[in-house]
Design a protein around this ligand. Structure first.
Ligand code: HEC
Length: 217
């Protein structure tokens, strides 16, 4: 029984100490755990809070206006200072539709495909499978309805639209813009194309000097 009284008293003290002083105005500054005289530091230096008034500058603003002629910059692939290349950064053609092919500033070569395979293996194959048939490991754990790349709709889809799907995601597929840089997204698109091509190969694609290996003349 003693404990019940003690516990009740404890709860009362706790409730009053936490809630009892809400909304009250104090006239003294609050106690400082790390006082300035003991720990001089940046906390007490004069500083500007952005987008507020300041008596320091003549115009009364804490922010400075950018010098005239300042150009926004963010260096992307191909050393582009502005991300204003719609094809490269958004997969769009001049008329606003999804672009076909690859941005001219990128070179589609073996190095790009290998980079694409690398990124694809990390980010896409868990769901889409390493050959792009939609049978990735996540299927076992309930990730249903991952489409295969090997149907006509996706074979005919513009490269820019695949780029856009990687950037923004679709349905249960997350966006990958924060994980895969634009030039790498194009590398992944190229690799998706390579996977699609690989599934539609025929005997005539086998180079002459390899025909004998698979029993062809
Ligand atoms: C978490 C699982 C998952 C991952 C990882 C994933 N996808 Fe998907 N993807 C899906 C699902 C699910 C759909 C079907 C979305 C829908 O149609 O609602 C899809 C659809 C697509 C489509 C077809 C879009 C369309 O318009 O029908 C493409 C192309 C695609 N993914 C490419 C990729 C690429 C490239 C990557 C890697 C960067 C990737 N996906 C990573 C689950 C995933």
């Amino acid at each position: 029984m003693r404990y019940v009284y003690l516990f009740t008293a404890f709860v009362c003290v706790l409730t009053v100490s936490i809630l009892g002083f809400r909304g009250r105005t104090f006239t003294h500054p609050p106690m400082d755990v790390f006082p300035e005289w003991l720990f001089p530091g940046m906390k007490y230096q004069p500083h500007h809070v952005q987008q507020t008034e300041s008596a320091f500058f003549a115009d009364g603003r804490s922010d400075r206006v950018a010098p005239e002629g300042t150009v926004a910059s963010s260096f992307g692939p191909a050393g582009q200072p502005l991300r204003n290349d719609d094809f490269l950064y958004r997969g769009k053609a001049a008329d606003g539709t999804f672009a076909r092919g690859f941005p001219p500033v990128l070179k589609v070569d073996r190095r790009m495909l290998e980079r694409g395979r690398d990124r694809f293996t990390i980010y896409c194959s868990p769901c889409h499978g390493s050959v792009g048939d939609g049978n990735g490991i996540t299927k076992k754990y309930g990730m249903g309805a991952v489409p295969t790349y090997h149907d006509d709709r996706l074979r005919k889809m513009a490269e820019g639209e695949i780029f856009n799907t990687i950037t923004y995601g679709k349905g249960n597929m997350l966006p990958y813009a924060d994980k895969i840089a634009p030039d790498d997204r194009w590398a992944v698109v190229a690799y998706v194309r390579a996977l699609q091509r690989a599934q539609t190969g025929s005997v005539s694609d086998v180079p002459a000097d390899h025909k004998a290996e698979i029993g062809l003349q």
